[in-house]
Design a binder for this molecule. Structure first.
Ligand code: SF4
Ligand code: MG
Length: 465
């Protein structure tokens, strides 16, 4: 999901709409905005579909006045797939002692089931099936005197991955979980401030990128400035390495470096680790493009757009049902026949999850007359589900969970298939020594099966680590 908040500008909700539009790649099912205005109080609008279709009309935006607003773009992760109800769309808003608060959450709470049971037993009335709603109820029950302290209280009970943007009547609040699994950045816009999942959304509103919110940090922003605290027990950070590979936009800055440059470096590393003789390097667009450029630069094999993407389709993966995903590949990608015919082609993609994309693309490219097809993947085999806010299917559905690399190659019927090594990926994201196996620098659970936070809810429902 993507989260965004602004304080201290007139018409904050318009800034939030623009920010969410730039974060649309992080969630396409639904979006919502909550604003606050001294005269009209809290206002909220939540809709299915794209930001550009919902939050551009004057009729909607007029209902969201004021100098303070937050928003959320959603894609459903483990638990509530596909059938998103409008009541599951964030931000969530609650009215309690000391005035109300609204929150938008990116990540996944790994002990949400236990928290929900406990809260319901004690009288909380849940409106949604979302794990994130626990935070609002925990805040309502806290005995602290002000909302930031109630939020600290609440988040200390929560396990898993959370980047949160919240608002009260007068404050914009941003928090990252102690491991800093999901991103969150701070920007300055005019006399006001912005919080965003990624820097690309600061660019769109002309905000200056100030810094990343640190793992375990909570910032409380008022018109007087930014107050920073560290309310959690400090831990060694474990940022999601897959943000570098796929999830973030290539024009965002992560860890002081553009995501594009990192992906190009991943492609270079892949070319060193898994060279092959061929005529062309083609990306599976768009997610494989920067890595394919890196592969081409390193290997000297010409880069070509052998597959053309229809720009009017969204990310296939994010469409939640199998059927739509299957069609999705053809709706979205087509082979550029003239380039491919008679050629030995290296196809570069960011990841293989179920194998749907790679299987279809291989068929399309052979139909178009390619002589050989070599797959090069810019991440290690995805053999484990993510429980921290990226939507991967159950373990059984992951190609790499049941097959070795050779078996996957045979299954896909390609001439060769190679994945970047985990160490190679770490080097490419800037860890020159590679992965520190005793204390990994990132979360890489979907590749390694080493979960930095125990996925309690999943274990309860039978998941075996
Ligand atoms: Fe990111 Fe994978 Fe960890 Fe999920 S499991 S947070 S996708 S690295
Ligand atoms: Mg892709």
């Amino acid at each position: 999901c993507g989260i965004f908040g602004v304080i201290g500008v007139s018409d904050a909700s318009s800034f939030v709409a623009l920010g969410l539009h730039a974060l649309q790649h992080r969630g396409q099912e639904a979006g919502g905005i909550v604003s606050h205005d001294p005269e009209q109080g809290f206002q909220s609008a939540r809709r299915f579909g794209y930001v550009r279709d919902n939050f551009t009309s004057q009729a909607v935006m007029e209902t969201l006045p004021g100098p303070l607003a937050i928003g959320h773009v959603r894609y459903s992760t483990a638990g509530s797939k596909g059938q998103t109800a409008i009541r599951d769309v964030q931000p969530f808003f609650g009215e309690f002692a000391m005035g109300g608060a609204a929150i938008a959450h990116n990540g996944n709470i790994t002990n949400a089931n236990a928290l929900r049971r406990e809260l319901i037993e004690r009288g909380s009335i849940f409106q949604s099936s979302s794990d994130s709603e626990c935070i609002i109820h925990l805040m309502a029950r806290s005995l602290q005197r002000n909302i930031p302290e109630r939020m600290e209280d609440a988040l200390r009970r929560v396990e898993g991955a959370f980047s949160v943007v919240a608002m009260t009547r007068t404050k914009l609040i941003g928090v990252r979980d102690p491991l800093g699994v999901r991103p969150l950045v701070l920007g300055k816009v005019g006399d006001g401030w912005a919080l965003s999942s990624e820097t690309c959304a600061l660019d769109i509103i002309g905000a200056e990128f100030i810094r990343e919110i640190k793992p375990g940090e909570m910032v409380v922003i008022t018109k007087d400035g930014v107050d920073s605290q560290f309310p959690f027990r400090p831990q060694k950070p474990r940022f999601c390495i897959f943000e570098h590979v796929y999830f973030s936009r290539p024009d965002s800055i992560l860890g002081g470096r553009s995501v594009y440059e990192t992906r190009e470096a991943i492609g270079r590393e892949l070319a060193k680790e898994a060279p092959v003789e061929a005529d062309l390097v083609c990306p599976v667009p768009d997610s494989g493009t920067p890595a394919a450029i890196g592969y081409s630069l390193e290997s000297g094999i010409p880069y070509a757009m052998g597959i053309i993407r229809n720009q009017y389709m969204g990310r296939t993966f994010i469409e939640p049902t199998e059927q739509i995903r299957n069609m999705g590949v053809r709706l979205k990608l087509n082979v550029n026949r003239a380039l491919i015919e008679g050629k030995r082609v290296i196809l570069v993609d960011d990841s293989v999850v179920r194998g749907t994309t790679s299987r279809k693309i291989k068929e399309m490219i052979l139909d178009a007359g390619a002589k050989e097809v070599h797959f090069r993947i810019a991440s290690p085999p995805t053999a484990w589900p993510c429980f921290y806010g990226v939507d991967t299917p159950q373990r059984e559905k992951l190609l790499a969970a049941t097959m070795s690399e050779e078996e996957m190659r045979d299954h896909l019927q390609v001439d060769s298939l190679r994945f970047i090594s985990l160490d190679g990926l770490y080097r490419a994201v800037g860890e020159v020594e590679g992965r520190n196996n005793a204390q990994p620098q990132y979360c890489d659970a979907c590749f390694s099966g080493e979960y930095p936070v125990e996925p309690a809810d999943q274990i309860e429902s039978g998941f075996e680590m």
